[in-house]
Design a protein around this ligand. Structure first.
Ligand SMILES: NC(=O)c1ccc[n+]([C@@H]2O[C@H](COP(=O)([O-])OP(=O)(O)OC[C@H]3O[C@@H](n4cnc5c(N)ncnc54)[C@H](OP(=O)(O)O)[C@@H]3O)[C@@H](O)[C@H]2O)c1
Length: 250
């Protein structure tokens, strides 16, 4: 096994589940000291067991600026400066435009858009020059899909932020890129359905929607996070990796 992140400190927001957890596991295997965040402390504790040595969980809500200050201060106290920041925490809220509530809109906007913006802003004093930041978008940011309007717009905002952040952080050689998945096999489908069977059906439906006729594994997406986090992607700045099973192009 290579050690592409040897001696690096990596923070993965929303690292207790799905793509974030797969990324944290891969980063730890690649030699990083990994910090994961999330709101549910039981899930964080379970994730730490899965990730193994060299991992640290810090509870917190990315929509809460005081939590972000506390998280980065704790990382600094325990591990020093940050080399890799994976902004992955987000929620998936779907509803038809006609029924979308203000509460649903605020939740998506607070966690996915505001949470991404301030997760980067608050990290700035704690990042090493030359750090790599990855923001997580979604294929629906550039595709019209019913019921996805507000979620898709938050993910389009994330794509935009990576360009502006990169321009502002050039002098510190901090690269900001975007990872854009299509449907991925994660517990997120349980958050939009009521039963396990419904979640599996939703996932199968999404898989059918892709030209690849399947959803991605979380590990497939984690491998792209590793590429963007490591020096292998040194020539990528403000760019995007799309892993969508062909949805956007075919
Ligand atoms: N799965 C897909 O099909 C898919 C497709 C395209 C893009 N994506 C994107 O990929 C990323 C990961 O998705 P996933 O499917 O792996 O999701 P997931 O399994 O539902 O995991 C989401 C993670 O984010 C954390 N989180 C949610 N709200 C948070 C908050 N306010 N503060 C801190 N942590 C929070 C969750 O922990 P707590 O709930 O405990 O806080 C959890 O660790 C997201 O940005 C998502 O939009 C996913």
């Amino acid at each position: 096994m290579t050690q592409k992140l040897k001696n690096k400190v990596a923070v993965v927001t929303g690292g207790s589940s799905g793509i974030g957890l797969a990324t944290a596991k891969l980063f730890a295997q690649q030699g990083a000291q990994v910090v994961i965040t999330g709101r549910n402390t039981t899930n964080l504790d379970n994730a730490i067991v899965e990730i193994g040595a060299n991992s640290l969980a810090i509870p917190g809500d990315v929509a809460n600026l005081a939590d972000l200050d506390r998280i980065y201060q704790t990382v600094s106290d325990k591990l020093g400066k940050i080399d890799v920041l994976i902004i992955n925490a987000a929620v998936y809220v779907l509803a038809p435009l006609a029924n979308f509530t203000e509460e649903q809109f605020d939740k998506l906007s607070d966690i996915n858009f505001k949470g991404t913006f301030f997760s980067v802003q608050k990290a700035l004093p704690y990042l090493n020059d030359g750090a790599s930041i990855v923001l997580t978008s979604s294929v629906v940011a550039e595709k019209g899909v019913p019921n996805h309007s507000a979620y898709a717009a938050t993910k389009a905002a994330v794509r935009s932020l990576a360009r502006s952040f990169s321009a502002e952080l050039l002098d510190r050689r901090i690269r900001v890129n975007v990872l854009t998945p299509g449907p991925v096999d994660t517990p997120v489908f349980e958050t939009i359905t009521s039963t396990k069977a419904e979640a599996e059906a939703a996932k199968a439906g999404m898989g059918n929607f892709t030209p690849a006729k399947r959803v991605a594994s979380a590990h497939e997406i984690a491998e792209a996070n590793l590429y963007l986090a490591s020096d292998d992607s040194a020539f990528m700045i403000g760019g995007e990796i799309l892993i969508d099973g062909g949805i956007r192009s075919l």
